[in-house]
Design a binder for this molecule. Structure first.
Ligand code: FAD
Length: 451
């Protein structure tokens, strides 16, 4: 059997973009995908969000592949969070400077576009081909084809972009000194819909990410091009008064929505049907190391699946592709082991940092954003950034609107938090936040960085 030059496992967002980069470098690229081709059959996105937020790191990786102009028309910019309180009153908190936005995009449509672009370049995507096993000694993959027959495919390089339940990672797990940790958090999620109005318009402001923060739980909504919103309800599975386990019937559900999310409830005509039809999904965080063995490497969620609360899983996976392609550009296509060794060393501290930030941001989204002091804190940080654009870059801006390594953003964010906690402890802060000694605050940051 002919040996593949590059085999990519998974044609999700990350595998597809990686296949484009590699094909552009003149390599033969074969992709194996267990699902059917979603351009031919509609499949349910079980356990995966319907739409997602694309931000600067993702755009940078798409730019390198020349894809911005094709992706942009599929997106809707969201310039900030719109916070809904229990009485339906809303407050808008910008994400960054004027004009800075994150972009809502449908996962299914985005994935189709990337697969189409890969195929146009000559990448061969084998749908309905499930990878069952990988022999890491011989670099052969065992694939079940649509006829149910297993084929053994030898390969020079194997790239595992096969997501949180990766077959390549499973093979690596059998090696000695492979570290692996997975953690399901206490909360799960369910997707629901706010449809377009009868007049065919958006039922709420489409240029914001809507959040209904309620302490230990929350609802969010992102706009879709068909003028609907996809809402995601995050609740604990059990153990709290409001949790999935305690919503047994229509009465429980409607009661809960009327109490906590009444303005959204008024816009959800099929809430009951959707709630009991749609799957409740779990949220997992996965860390492992090393990511490579000889000519095989893990990228994207297969190496670092994270909880979705910073909206960075896909963006981080795209950054993986960008960094890996940069190393190939520099070192050529004959030294894969060296490239993979350098890649994992560069990326691991950064993916650890963003995974940790994603966990921590859950508390901010479901709880802190509801506190009026949160708005003041954001205003102070925005002003600091305006006055001292290089010396004070808010953490959210570093993560979302820059390519500062995640680990550096994490470290700076911790220093900023310490200083801001002190600033916010002033009992008169709500009245006098505009009259603070901003130079002194930024000097404290400079001093903290020096240590
Ligand atoms: C609720 C939720 C909301 C999110 N929101 C955002 C967001 O707003 N912004 C953001 O950046 N990220 C977000 N993410 C994270 C994002 O979805 C993931 O980080 C991203 O999809 C990872 O892409 P991937 O290609 O690595 O993995 P996946 O998307 O999981 O793709 C893996 C592919 O491999 C295939 N596959 C798996 N096993 C095999 C096998 N054995 N053989 C062959 N094929 C196989 C799968 O069918 C799939 O097509 C969110 C995640 C969740 C759960």
């Amino acid at each position: 059997m002919k040996k593949n030059e590059i085999s990519i496992l998974g044609s999700g967002l990350i595998g597809s973009l990686m296949s484009i980069y590699l094909k552009k470098r003149g390599l033969d690229v074969q992709v194996y995908e267990k699902r059917a081709d979603n351009r031919k059959v509609e499949y349910k996105e079980e356990g995966r969000s319907i739409n997602m937020a694309l931000s600067d790191r993702g755009w940078k990786a798409l730019d390198k592949a020349g894809l911005r102009d094709k992706v942009l028309p599929l997106t809707i910019p969201m310039y900030g969070r719109k916070i809904h309180d229990e009485h339906g009153k809303t407050t808008f908190i910008p994400y960054g400077k004027e004009g800075q936005a994150i972009y809502s995009i449908s996962r299914g449509r985005f994935n189709q576009l990337l697969v189409e672009e890969a195929e146009k370049l000559g990448v061969e995507v084998h749908f309905d081909h499930r990878v069952d096993e990988i022999d890491l000694r011989t670099n052969e993959i065992l694939v079940t084809n649509p006829e149910g027959i297993q084929e053994k495919i030898p390969s020079n390089v194997i790239i595992g972009a096969d997501g949180a339940y990766s077959a390549l990672r499973n093979a690596m797990l059998k090696q000695v000194r492979f570290d692996y940790k997975q953690e399901y958090i206490s909360h799960g999620y369910k997707e629901l819909t706010i449809p377009a109005t009868e007049a065919g318009e958006f039922a709420m402001d489409p240029n914001a990410l809507h959040i209904w923060p309620r302490g230990s739980f929350m609802l969010i909504a992102l706009p879709n091009p068909d003028k609907s919103f996809t809402c995601t309800l995050f609740l604990p599975f059990d153990g709290e008064r409001v949790c999935f386990e305690n919503i047994r019937d229509e009465k429980d559900l409607v009661g809960m929505f009327q109490t906590y999310f009444d303005d959204a409830f008024q816009l959800m005509p099929d809430l009951v049907g959707e709630y009991f039809r749609n799957h409740t999904s779990a949220l997992i965080n996965i860390e492992c190391y090393p990511w490579m063995l000889k000519n095989a490497i893990l990228i994207g969620d297969s190496s670092h699946a994270m909880v979705p609360f910073y909206g960075q899983g896909m963006n981080c996976g795209f950054e993986d592709c960008y960094v890996l392609d940069g190393l190939i550009e520099k070192l050529g296509t004959n030294v894969w082991e060296l490239i993979f060794a350098k890649f994992q060393k560069m990326r691991k501290p950064n993916t650890d940092a963003i995974s940790q930030l994603a966990m921590e941001n859950f508390e901010e989204m479901r709880n802190e954003v509801a506190d009026p002091k949160f708005l003041i804190r954001k205003k102070i940080e925005t002003k600091l950034h305006e006055l001292y654009p290089k010396d004070w870059i808010p953490l959210y801006t570093m993560v979302t609107f820059s390519d500062i390594p995640y680990s550096e953003a994490y470290a700076q964010g911790k220093l900023q938090k310490k200083i801001m906690d002190k600033v916010m402890s002033n009992p008169l802060i709500t009245q006098n936040w505009n009259k603070l000694d901003y130079e002194d605050i930024v000097n404290q940051m400079d001093k903290a960085k020096a240590f």
